[in-house]
Design a protein around this ligand. Structure first.
Ligand code: 6PG
Length: 259
């Protein structure tokens, strides 16, 4: 580990690890700790998985001999922060990534996995169904928001997270918890959790790896508090833990002394 948790100028707590694998291990351990916290409190552990390529290293850690036994997997409910407009067997599917690298190795009962149906012709209907499931499966906070135990967030080079892309309609959604979101820059539609859902979570952990994220990570972390036009900069849980876990490459442009 290069650093304990530090606070950036934009008031975002972060930790820097030497390598992508150490970063994945640190995130897997945070997830394991959060699961133990939930299960000690007598509730199933609810986790929203992110997409992209970074999570596979985290799944590898979670299924490792040293970690897999630390969680009672039969008391875990799996959700997804977002879904692409593809079916569950498509190579780009966030569900498929988790199924191949986490659910199958751990023999997870897929009845405890809540997949966003990104392939649905009517994504608004799919979003409404998913929101209904989310509300049925999770406790609510005093703002009637569904409370996830753990939201695993990635970061795109443009500062998006989940499928909250810059300039898209979902950024303005302050009531619904899941929406269909048009992403013109990718000429596609996505299903995504919205800020209300992410801000209610008990633990919001960003995993940021690789030099391709260094520029945007520095702009977000180095910005004065409250600045930041990037969607990921606005994911600050109201009362839950926020932590960015980065490798040295992704932290490479943080202002001096911050690594
Ligand atoms: C998606 C994700 C997205 C992802 C970032 C980072 O479906 O693409 O949910 O928000 O987390 O784009 O992706 P990488 O891990 O591939 O860098």
């Amino acid at each position: 580990m290069i650093s304990d948790a530090q606070i950036s100028p934009s008031a975002i707590p972060y930790r820097v690890l030497e390598t992508p694998e150490e970063t994945a291990r640190a995130v897997a351990e945070l997830l394991t700790d959060a699961a133990a916290e939930a299960q000690r409190a007598g509730r199933d552990f609810s986790v929203a998985l992110s997409g992209g390529s970074t999570p596979s290293a985290i799944y590898r850690q979670l299924t490792s001999e040293s970690l897999r036994g630390r969680i009672d997997w039969e008391r875990v409910k799996f959700f997804f922060g977002d879904a692409r407009s593809v079916g569950p067997d498509h190579p780009d599917s966030n569900f498929k990534l988790a199924a191949d690298h986490l659910f199958t190795p751990l023999r997870i009962d897929l009845g405890r996995v809540f997949r966003k149906e990104g392939e649905d012709e009517d994504l608004n209907a799919a979003a409404a169904r998913y929101e209904k499931n989310l509300l049925a499966e999770l406790p609510r906070d005093d703002l009637s928001r569904p409370v996830l135990d753990f939201a695993l967030q990635g970061l795109g080079p443009d500062g998006h997270t989940a499928s909250l892309f810059p300039g898209t309609a979902a950024l303005a959604e302050d009531e619904r918890f899941i929406v269909a979101n048009e992403v013109p820059q990718l000429s596609t539609w996505r299903l995504t959790m919205t800020y209300p859902t992410l801000l209610a979570a008990r633990h919001v952990i960003f995993v940021v790896v690789g030099s391709a994220k260094a520029e945007v990570a520095a702009e977000i972390l180095n910005a004065p508090e409250g600045a930041g036009v990037y969607p990921a900069a606005k994911v600050r849980p109201d009362s839950g833990q926020l932590l960015w876990v980065m490798d040295r490459e992704a932290a490479g442009k943080l202002s001096g002394g911050q690594v």
